[in-house]
Design a protein around this ligand. Structure first.
Ligand code: FAD
Length: 504
């Protein structure tokens, strides 16, 4: 007999990772509960940079325009010398958008506003986080996970198919699973605080005593708010006065000015920087996403972004397996995402070292557009494509036209929860049989899409007769010529789209 579950998925933690997963599952119609032990949403600015790749994901999740409207661009940095004179420079290297990469610059938005937009989207989809509800224990067996939740109404047992620990750097779920979290403490402790102040303009990111680890301090106007975010290194030991007076004294001493007045502090934290990566992302029916799986210094604004992208990778796989795909599909989550976090830990640590020397400029390396899964078991390509977009790479955007004449973008065709199969100048007779959750587009003279600017052909280096399969998370799953199409059937079966699953 099939077991009845209270929900398919229990998501523990309603930070950025838990919310992203909840939105993705909600739009796929997968049942879940999203629990959060805090009584209210977290109110600190923390991760304030939304990278271009996350912007693409937010477009797919239906929140990008709201995120842009709520936030703003990073201002230039203003570096002051000891005498008060200064030089201004861009923090972000300028790059023009292209038809393949519509977003090129990180956006700034304090994390509490990003999460507010995500909660709003989740509510539109009919769900909300359960605040004041804590995961206090769980056991798993071959059939599911039994979780114990504690809330205002007492304790509750909940039976689910999967548990996802999106519960932050100190993850209860990771500890309960006994998963090691090796790495290092980076020998840097810092203060971060959101404050209302007078005495500084809001058009630049003010940086004092740059390159001097004992004295440097920066004050960044937080887009979408009236606040500034203060950041600065502090001694490894000892109490730090995080009151308005304490922070004002720190700013005055480090900036060598007495005209900056802190009026109120809305959130502050003194934290030690670590770079750590969980040994495993999955044990049986339990997964880790976000900071629960990796923590690192805030340099380069990678943490929140990597967390959202973990969830975006796992969401469609959980949905597929809930709908009958083989369980092995879920192994590809750790296979794909753990190496990404390992590389990101190295990058954030390298940028921290550069920042210690006073170097802040950021370029393409932080945009996350080059992240991909080319070595993944879900990357199928025959013959091997050298120097061209390959299976596993992020699927670039391209302007295209519908057969009825309307302009559109490849991203519009990809938007949603489905797989997308594109046949480039192929014969209709070769088209794989239709099936739910996979949309097929034929591009060419008799197709439903016309590549009249040749953008699709040039961006993807496609030839007549090529087929390209794009995953629900916007990565290329497979590229094959018509002559090799029979191999695609095996791939589709592996991800729950086998022709036999949907008999005609
Ligand atoms: C001081 C600081 C500054 C940072 N600055 C930056 C930055 O500049 N740029 C950047 O990209 N990133 C930054 N980060 C990192 C970024 O904030 C995180 O990467 C991001 O919040 C990770 O999201 P998450 O959802 O994985 O975890 P979190 O945001 O930590 O959310 C986890 C949630 O799980 C809840 N929870 C925990 N245990 C339980 C339980 N047992 N039951 C129910 N709920 C539970 C917690 O209350 C929490 O709300 C910073 C982090 C910190 C701490």
């Amino acid at each position: 007999m099939t077991e009845k579950f209270a929900a398919d998925v229990l998501i523990c933690g309603a930070g950025a990772a838990g919310l992203a997963l909840a939105i993705d599952l909600a739009r796929r119609g997968i049942s879940f509960r999203l629990i959060e032990k805090m009584a209210h949403p977290f109110h600190g600015s923390r991760g304030k940079g939304i990278q271009p790749r996350t912007q693409e994901i937010f477009e797919d999740l239906g929140i990008l325009d709201r995120i842009v409207a709520a936030g703003g661009a990073y201002p230039p940095e203003r570096k002051y010398d000891h005498h008060g004179s200064y030089t201004d420079a861009e923090v972000m290297e300028h790059a023009d958008t292209t038809s393949a990469e519509p977003y090129q610059l990180p956006l700034m938005l304090p994390q509490f506003l990003t999460e507010a937009v995500m909660r709003e989207r989740l509510l539109e989809l009919g769900h909300r986080p359960e605040f004041g509800c804590e995961l206090v224990g769980f056991e798993q067996d071959s059939g599911g996970v039994t979780a114990r939740l504690a809330g205002n109404g007492g304790e509750e047992a909940l039976r689910v198919r999967w548990l996802v620990g999106a519960d932050g750097g100190r993850s209860f779920v990771r500890h309960a699973l006994g998963i090691d979290f090796p790495g290092k403490t980076l020998g840097v402790r810092a203060v971060v605080a959101d404050v209302v102040l007078t005495g500084l303009t809001r058009d630049v990111w003010h940086r004092f005593s740059d390159g001097d680890m004992a004295r440097q301090i920066s004050l960044c106007p937080l887009a979408g708010t009236e606040m500034f975010q203060i950041q600065g290194p502090i001694p490894l030991d000892g109490d730090i006065d995080l009151s308005a007076e304490g922070l004002a004294a720190m700013v005055a001493a480090r900036a060598n000015r007495d005209d900056i007045h802190i009026q109120s502090v809305s959130w502050s934290s003194a934290y030690t920087m670590n770079a750590r990566l969980a040994d495993r992302y999955r044990i049986g029916r339990v997964f880790l996403v976000g900071d629960a799986a990796h923590i690192h210094p805030p340099t380069g604004g990678q943490g929140l972004n990597t967390s959202v992208q973990d969830a975006y990778n796992l969401g469609w796989k959980l949905a597929a397996v809930a709908n009958g795909a083989p369980d092995t599909l879920l192994d590809s989550y750790e296979e794909e995402r753990r190496p990404v976090a390992a590389a990101m830990l190295g990058l954030a640590t390298k940028l921290l070292d550069a920042q210690k020397q006073g170097e802040m400029r950021r370029g393409r390396e932080v945009h996350q557009l080059d992240i991909g899964y080319p070595g993944s078991s879900l990357a199928l390509e025959q013959p091997r494509r050298i120097g061209r977009p390959s299976a596993g790479d992020r699927a670039p955007d391209a302007p295209i036209r519908g057969a009825a004449g309307q302009s559109t973008r490849l991203f519009d065709l990809l938007k949603g929860t489905h797989w997308t199969l594109v046949g480039y100048e192929v014969g209709r007779g070769s088209m794989p049989s239709p099936r739910p959750n996979m949309r097929v587009h034929i591009v060419g003279p008799h197709g439903d899409m016309i590549d009249d600017g040749s953008h699709l052909r040039d961006t993807y280096a496609l030839s007549a007769g090529d087929w390209m399969l794009v995953r629900p998370d916007g990565y290329i799953g497979a590229i094959l010529p018509t002559g090799k199409l029979e191999i695609l059937e095996g791939y589709l079966a592996q991800v729950g789209l086998g022709a036999d699953d949907y008999p005609a």
